[in-house]
Design a protein around this ligand. Sequence first.
Ligand SMILES: Cc1ncc(C[n+]2csc(CCOP(=O)(O)OP(=O)(O)O)c2C)c(N)n1
Length: 599
Amino acid sequence: MTTTVADYLLSRLRAWDVEHVFAYPGDGINGLLGAFGRADNQPQFVQSRHEEMSAFEAVGYAKFSGRVGVCMATSGPGAVHLLNGLYDAKLDHVPVVAIVGQTNRSAMGGSYQQEVDLLSLFKDVASEYVQMVTVPEQLPNVIDRAIRTAMTRHAPTALIIPNDVQELEYTPPGHEFKMVPSSLGIDWPTAVPDDAALRKAADLLNAGSKVAMLVGQGARGARAEVEKVAGLLGAGVAKALLGKDVLSDELPYVTGSVGLLGTRPSYEMMNDCDTLLTVGSSFPYTQFMPPLGQARAVQIDVDGAMIGMRYPYEVNLVGDAAATLRALIPLLNRKDDHGWQDDLSGKVDRWWKTMSAEAGVAAAGADQVNPMRLFAELSPRLPDDVIVAADSGSAANWYARQLKFRGDMRGSLSGNLATMGPAVPYGIGAKFAHPDRPVVVFEGDGAMQMNGLAELLTIRRYWETWSDPRLVVAVLHNNDLNQVTWELRAMGGSPKFVESQALPDLSYAGFAESIGLAAVTVTDPEKIGDAWEQALSADRPTVLDVHCDPDIPPIPPHATFEQMKDAAQALLKGDQNRWGVVKEGLKTKAQEFLPHSDS
Ligand SMILES: Cc1ncc(C[n+]2csc(CCOP(=O)(O)OP(=O)(O)O)c2C)c(N)n1
């Protein structure tokens, strides 16, 4: 039997240890589908309900496994559907390879059915590497380069393979003019800046007395080093959203998230520090960094293209986070005075009490819960090996502020694209990366209606193949596109526009039950704890349909009580929920100012 280009492509993916291809079929990839059949589904073709979900699944898989994610779609509409997920990969610096079909070479340029100019379509999203295969001898080089480039640049790459090319007999490149043989694998260097640069950075850090650290996902794998540096410098450490899981929230000097979704201790630390050390983060909101001219700053980043921006850093160290910190540590002087760090620890302690008090604010409606309590009740119950995915609605606020991560827990969301809808497919990608770990997904009802509901069917299809069947999808059921409703109120100064914001009602638990998943409807705050216990001990995936109060405000950390009052007064202009919003908003904000008991 001859080996086709498609057969060879799959064998090359196997050689790269690719175990799953998140995909959706179509006749543009018929040749590839035939090859999956002949290869006994190795790598596994994981079928989603929509190509965008396949791309998100590949992103989630890559984020939680540290390996490259692969997605596949047919020509034309399938390729177009991948785009949003691929942009999510691009903006969050995630290695994903997209493989798409195209019409036959004979039809190209003929305005043929489903013919889209795919090289142009992917030119921006896969700017690091996008190629069309037109002769068999381009393989294995183009697939090897697509994989290696995705891993090296932490970016999406794309291969376009016309359907007729998929079916050609595979012939390898020869030892000839204009042939490009290739090879497998890659061994990474561990980049460390030179001694003079490290010395400059150490002098700057040693000179400071109030050191703030900002760590992002690039600091993953540098936990021990970050802790050591914070200990030496008496620093506080804030975490960018994508770096929430790089350092334990149980460390007293970890001020938590920073930014609009951040904490007050992070906000105050950035406002008061005299020195900033950023490690592995391109956190975009510069207004949440120290005021310009206030702090002297050092940045460490593995990517020279991403370093030195967002803040006027004096020293930009290009290098691996852990190795660079290890080289820096012997040059740092232990600060005798830890007053700054102790003060921050006190603020952090008070902040967690405030978070707990805010979660305890009663919802306005009788059959609704405060969404913060949903997260607060999970926090101490989080399994040690849990993976958490949050969607881009109001859930992102509570994920950032209410969950206390510790140990090896992992978590992520669409940090930079902030797209709706990735949480359920991220959860699925996480289950394929770690079938033995429990996964918890938080998603708004808008995102569920956009695509999460359909993707529950994908969960139904595969969950029995996961050794740990626990995948909990907690739906923030508030019948509102709540995050935007709040953005309208806070930034646009406009009352809620019901026509754009209200959602059709649905029983998410009912839907889940109808397809054989476990489900719990939560309308009583006192039952939230039990619901988590039930879901985390279930023998199958569970949907928690949590009726949430839409009037609980996601208040940014720097909002003062006075600003809150002003916003509330603006709402009285005619917001449908005005009284609830005013009441819940003021009650929530008041928790920052009330004394807390230590219990
Ligand atoms: C694809 C996409 N469309 C629109 C938006 C704008 N947006 C951000 S959050 C949000 C509302 C999300 O509502 P829901 O999922 O119900 O969560 P909630 O905020 O109500 O908890 C919208 C419309 C977006 N970020 N991504």
